[in-house]
Design a protein around this ligand. Structure first.
Ligand SMILES: [Zn+2]
Length: 402
């Protein structure tokens, strides 16, 4: 059994003990607040059984249920929630319509409740630790529930203690607990229904996933990104535009993105990435240059203040259709500017880079091979000559500064 499952079983046992102790004390003391609390523990026992059942069932996928049976957990949660509300209603009837007896003062009541409260408090802390360790949202939520249980049980304890001083707080305490039971039942039901209706993942999770996608230098645009929960698992669908026509490369990129998303976001079941290549009708060369006119080729790729882009149309490979000089947006002082510049070039839709220096660091070269940008070495010092050597003509046509 995994640690998460062991802890879920322990939660069941703690709730069962709390129920037995409180139910025994109810019979002994005649307190309706205690009776309401005992009922509350009983609903907790049922809930912890469903949490455990959900953990077991959720991991099954069959031919008839290829998306997994994850939602069984939410369906059962919704039913349990409705059951809890109904139990709350039954207790409320008793609180308001019942005759109500005098509560017996006894050290047993006080002692028993102290044991229950201490047990719940300690278990809550333990469960929170395991929840953090294993990244299980179910356990973390359950540990918070145990903390609220400490509060409701304390209300009963206060009512029992005040009874010694002739204060009849039993009925008001019972009302408080009934309200809590109905509120928590309503929350359980609503949360389950949201998942059953495929409510979107929360904004933070989606933003985190988008960041994982945009980390990949070949991604030009995230066209759409949606996600939903099923049980405790998340399903993600993304539509992205890639700066490549190469299907193998696109496939590699989408696998890398999927891996990154799984590493950064907990409980991902499936990631569907639909990629489309950017429609390429032209080929784009980039030259690192020293001047805004784009004439002198820079000796240092990463430190080039400007880049000259030379664009040729598909099918007319020897004639330049357009040129532009663009300022390198990566600040000179930036750490790892070679890599950042290479990534920026990829996002600009660059197909090939001309370079005078053999790159000192391997970083930019790694980026270029990663995204499929061709590196062309040149011995020339001026852009016009370098382009001529490549067999490109019309080098000075429509030069413009962006
Ligand atoms: Zn509870």
């Amino acid at each position: 059994m995994k640690k998460v499952e062991k802890t879920a079983v322990a939660a069941f046992l703690v709730n069962a003990c709390a129920f037995v102790i409180k139910y025994g004390l109810t019979l002994y003391s005649g307190s309706i607040a205690l009776r309401a609390e005992a009922f509350h523990s009983l609903t907790d026992v049922v809930a912890s059984v469903t949490v455990f059942g959900g953990l077991k069932l959720a991991n099954r996928k069959t031919r008839r249920f290829p998306y997994g049976l994850y939602k069984v957990e939410n369906l059962v949660s919704a039913l349990v929630g409705i059951m809890i509300i109904f139990a709350g209603y039954e207790i409320a009837r008793e609180v308001f319509l019942g005759a109500g007896q005098t509560v017996k003062n006894s050290g047993w009541n006080i002692g028993g409740m102290c044991v229950v409260i201490a047990g719940l408090g300690i278990f809550s802390a333990y469960e929170r630790t395991v929840g953090k360790e294993t990244g299980s949202p179910g356990l973390t939520a359950d540990s918070r529930h145990f903390l609220t249980d400490v509060m409701t049980n304390s209300v009963v304890l206060i009512a029992l203690l005040s009874n010694y001083f002739g204060l009849r707080l039993d009925r008001p305490a019972a009302v408080l607990i009934v309200l809590f039971i109905i509120w928590s039942g309503g929350k359980v039901t609503l949360d389950a229904i949201k998942v059953l209706l495929d409510m979107s993942l929360d904004k933070e999770t989606l933003a985190q996933i988008k960041e994982s996608i945009l980390n990949e230098a070949l991604v030009l645009k995230v066209q759409s990104l949606i996600g939903r929960s099923s049980g405790r698992y998340k399903f993600v669908e993304a539509n992205i535009v890639l700066n490549t026509n190469d299907l193998n490369r696109a496939h590699e990129v989408s696998e890398r993105i999927e891996k990154e998303i799984r590493e950064k976001t907990a409980n991902i079941d499936e990631v569907f990435i639909h990629y489309e290549p950017v429609a390429k009708t032209s080929y784009r060369y980039a030259l690192p240059v020293e001047d805004p006119e784009g004439e002198r080729i820079s000796a240092h790729f990463g430190e080039a203040p400007y880049f000259r882009f030379t664009i040729v149309e598909k099918g007319k490979e020897d004639s330049i259709s357009r040129q532009e000089v663009v300022r390198n947006p990566v600040p000179v002082t930036e750490q790892g500017k070679g890599i950042l510049t290479a990534e920026w070039l990829s996002r600009c839709g660059t197909d090939a880079v001309l370079m005078r220096n053999r790159l000192g660091g391997k970083g930019p070269l790694y980026v270029f091979s990663h995204v499929g940008i061709k590196v062309i070495n040149t011995e020339e010092t001026t852009a016009a000559r370098a382009l001529e050597v490549l067999g490109l003509h019309g080098a000075n046509a429509n030069s413009s500064l962006d």
